[in-house]
Design a protein around this ligand. Structure first.
Ligand code: NAD
Ligand code: UGA
Length: 466
């Protein structure tokens, strides 16, 4: 297809977990749009152009293969992409600042700002700029100031279109979204730009699922959505601590509480706490905003969601050490899973990282297994002192171990032959299920001492000495 046959040229800047999959879905549903994804990382782009995609996401590869070379392109030629584009999605990373004012809380906006400056420098025609990245409220104002600075005659219309997909179910979430949120200026050009974006989404999203709003509400809604989801996890995790000391079962409590239709059953799974690149970062961003506007009690409220998350991981390690006779020094501990959730190789802010570091401080010997995240795990722990072995085969990883600690609820961990695993472990054999994923009674019956989050211990120490 020559360029002339495309209805519009879409560019996405940032070929990461969001940029790659969102553009693949758009390219699949809009074969008459040319979709180009660019990145400063040549390695990432080369992998998007190969059979070894840079991210693992169920359903992604077949969709990339369907559109790549037809109307979906991955490139490092950012300036050319900008020049040719009618609509530019900004999907670069917005991590927490690690230096200077606001370090540890505010968003590091340098990647957004650099992108804006590059768009300005390479644009010769009017463009719609879509904020896909998660940004602080009023970031669109900053973008607009940079884009329209100097004697630039080009007009940029900025839209906010936050992404709500979750990793592991990303393709499903994008193809069947609960809502598509579009924030725009309430001006003729703002409304026209919004309608251009609606034209794309309406190829597959029912009209009633499109939510339109002003720019600032749209930007803030993204932070608030993540904060509310994380808050539910911290709420149930705080209760799991109480369950462990009172003999109640957190899954039973969540089931009973979630039956109230005003509360609902989702996001009430107690576990090791939330990981992933966004929950912590976005809550910290919200806290920073509250503090910036002098709303300290609101900031403190959200800070507590993070405090409970940290508490949950510390409690888990504390319980492991206490159960294993107050020392794990020189004991082999096998981590089942390292990804922050199943069906992704992503390990950013995974609880497994924090738990590994705490166990290594206790001088445990760690063996890590995971079906898709071992390369990332290796990078996450490369500067950490201590013995760490990465082993893809869970049976080998568990051989001779004193304990297994389940970090990620991969499906395949349910169907392992735990008799075989138990027979080859040191005795007494301990199993700590950080995601309440396994059949605890069956494991106990095999001889394991089983510890699950928010549930009473199932130990054999009172009956026999296995
Ligand atoms: P990512 O780190 O996987 O990808 C970002 C990409 O942007 C990287 O490949 C980086 O090289 C590239 N980049 C940075 N600066 C650039 C520049 N100046 N020019 C070109 N490329 C540049 O990040 P991600 O997980 O895709 O997240 C992107 C944004 O989407 C973040 O704001 C995040 O909060 C938000 N978000 C993420 C998810 C998720 O599940 N990961 C979901 C919803 C929203
Ligand atoms: C989350 C949100 O769910 C998405 O809507 C949002 O777009 C995304 O963040 C983002 O902005 O990046 P994600 O982090 O990919 O998506 O995955 P989740 O399914 O939300 O899980 C996050 C963490 O919470 C995982 O570590 C998971 O194990 C944990 N979790 C989740 C629980 O501990 N309990 C639950 O009940 C649910």
């Amino acid at each position: 297809m020559s360029d002339k046959q495309y209805v519009k040229n879409i560019l996405c800047i940032g070929a990461g977990y969001v940029g790659g999959p969102t553009m693949t879905v758009i390219a699949n549903f809009c074969p008459d749009y040319k979709v180009t994804v660019v990145d400063i990382s040549r390695e990432r782009i080369d992998r998007w152009n190969s059979d070894d995609l840079p991210i693992y996401e169920p359903g992604l590869k077949e969709r990339v293969l369907k559109a790549r070379g037809q109307n979906l392109f991955f490139s490092t030629d950012i300036d050319r992409g900008i020049d040719e584009a009618d609509i530019i999605f900004v999907s670069v990373n917005t991590p927490t600042k690690t230096f200077g004012e606001g370090a540890g809380r505010a968003v590091d906006l340098q990647y957004i700002e650099k992108t804006a400056r590059r768009i300005k420098a390479s644009s010769k025609s009017d463009k719609i700029i879509v904020e896909k990245s998660t940004v602080p409220v009023r970031a669109a104002e900053t973008l607009s100031k940079i884009l329209h600075s100097g004697n630039n005659s080009v007009h940029f219309e900025i839209l906010s279109n936050p992404e709500f997909m979750a990793e592991g179910t990303g393709i499903h979430d994008m193809e069947n979204p609960d809502r598509v949120l579009i924030g725009s200026m309430d001006t003729p050009s703002g409304r026209a730009a919004r309608d251009e974006l609606i034209k794309i989404y309406e190829r597959w999203v029912p009209r009633e699922k499109m939510v339109t709003s002003d720019l600032w509400s749209s930007e803030l809604s993204k932070l608030v959505s993540n904060a509310f989801l994380a808050q539910r996890i911290s709420s149930i995790n705080s209760i799991s601590a109480l369950c462990e000391v009172t003999g109640a079962d957190v899954d039973e409590v969540a089931r009973a509480v979630g039956k109230d239709s005003r509360i609902g059953p989702k996001f009430l799974r107690a576990g090791l706490g939330f990981g992933g690149s966004c929950f912590r970062k976005d809550i910290l961003n919200l806290i920073y905003l509250c503090e910036h506007y002098g709303l300290q009690p609101a900031a403190d409220f959200w800070q507590q969601v993070i405090a409970i998350n940290d508490f949950q991981m510390q409690r888990f390690v504390h319980r492991m050490v206490a159960a294993m006779f107050n020392t794990v020094a020189d004991k082999k501990i096998t981590l089942f899973g390292f990804a922050f959730k199943p069906d992704t190789g992503d390990t950013r802010d995974s609880p497994a990282i924090h738990i590994s570091k705490m166990l290594l401080k206790e001088r445990a010997r760690l063996w890590v297994t995971d079906p898709h995240a071992l390369n990332n795990a290796r990078q996450d722990l490369e500067d950490v002192e201590g013995e760490i072995v990465y082993e893809p085969d869970p049976y080998k990883a568990a051989e001779g171990a004193h304990a297994i600690a389940l970090m990620t609820e991969w499906d395949q961990y349910r169907s392992l032959d735990y008799r075989r695993i138990f027979d080859r472990m040191e005795k007494p054999a301990f199993l700590f299920d950080g995601r309440n994923h396994l059949d605890h009674q069956a494991l106990f019956d095999l001889g394991f001492n089983v510890y699950a989050v928010g549930k009473p211990d199932r130990t054999r120490f009172n009956n026999d000495s296995q």
